[in-house]
Write a protein that binds this ligand. Sequence first.
Ligand SMILES: C[S@@+](CC[C@H](N)C(=O)[O-])C[C@H]1O[C@@H](n2cnc3c(N)ncnc32)[C@H](O)[C@@H]1O
Length: 466
Amino acid sequence: MASLFGPLPKVVRLLDAGAGAGALTAAIVSRLCEKKDGVHTVQAMLYELDPLIQEALLETMRDCQRLCALAGIQFSFTIHATDFIQEMSACLADTLFGAKPPTFDAAIVNPPYRKIGIDSAERRSLRQVGVETSNLYAGFIALIQRLLAPGGQIVGITPRSFCNGPYFRSFREDFLTNLEVHRLHVFESRGAAFRDDSVLQENIIFHAVKGRKQPRELVVSSSSGEHGDIVAENVIPFAEIVHQHDAEKCIHIPSAPGHAVAKKAMDSLHTTLASLGVTVSTGRVVDFRLKDALRWAPEKGTVPLLYPCHFNGGTIHWPKADARKPNAILNNDETRPWLVKSDVYLLTKRFTSKEERRRLVACLFDPKEVEAEWLGIENHLNYFHADGRGLDRNLAVGLFAFLNSTVVDQYFRRFSGHTQVNATDLRRLAYPDRETLQSMGAEMKELDQPQAEIDKLVEKHLHAHR
Ligand SMILES: C[S@@+](CC[C@H](N)C(=O)[O-])C[C@H]1O[C@@H](n2cnc3c(N)ncnc32)[C@H](O)[C@@H]1O
């Protein structure tokens, strides 16, 4: 991370927010002591809330001071054992009344990550400076951005989750408007970088510069996150990272060879889900809210309740005798608003396990295979429908093939680093036109096909489409 900084001024005002034992500042100091940067003074400001780590942090800073002295660099530091979010939000908000927030030339940060509730103290603090975000790490980055001098640099390591999804939309806007992204590195394997905390999330390192002109291209690299792993590097146009007309400002990170192929194939598609007359919604049955209405096995007065565990080789296997989830839900006035009329629907999992080969897993619900008038679709599933009604079967099977294809999976991985698939992600994808989907569906006689067969079919139709 320290090696990613570009040229630095002779006097560096350095920020390390959430400093822990000071490892990141020590890394910068070690780089500067090589004396290639021409830096003669470092003024470090560190924020660390945890009282138990203060002594170690102080010790590291004293080591930094000794190393710098040997290298002829003046090193001073201040440690704030206070809440960075609260203090800096207040300071930035108070500028109107004369307080002056500190300014930095460089910030290196591995911020804490934790969800922050809508009414939490952190959210309220951040709101004072116009930052609205649901995770602590994004709050740290947004504040640091505001504290950088023009041309000031930040190198951060964070979860990749801010790169897509509605929750980070306004954070992305803020980030991309005020920071020029110069380098991205992605750790392909979730968990490797932060294994101790068992975080199931891809992580990225970014180097960005305070300013408003994005570079024409930047280096994107990737590694598995295992120690000593080879780093693959590519130069990618910025326009491929953030698409010019994308209102969502998704940050795509093409890091595997398959990603470029997928982008090319997907770029030829221009049909939206809405123009197909298809809607995707999240399953309406939130099981813990309807606990009394759930039944392990079907009985009189119940209808099927579908969970991801009912997915089986492309179709629904119901009821599932050894399921750890209820198979049925009462069909009465209380539950009816949460049920849908049985019909042809395409279902997708909202969460896949790390081990699953694809992020997108789609399955067809065919009313011919499960006899019922109504259905419960549980909240861990998304379902594709036509304004509340079922889909034309060939269209549904075409969507099944498309969404289960490697092309779509690879495309998805360019912009999503987590195993969650939001309905918005599915809404935003470009799809083949109705005719292509229907002929794909008509050609697919069996749903339980090897991946290679699905890919062959989809590629053939996408190719003809071009
Ligand atoms: C992910 S750790 C990173 C530690 C260190 N920078 C490193 O990379 O080894 C985040 C650190 O932020 C600290 N922290 C959490 N919330 C904080 C806050 N509101 N203000 C300051 N520090 C905080 C935690 O105690 C923790 O040490």
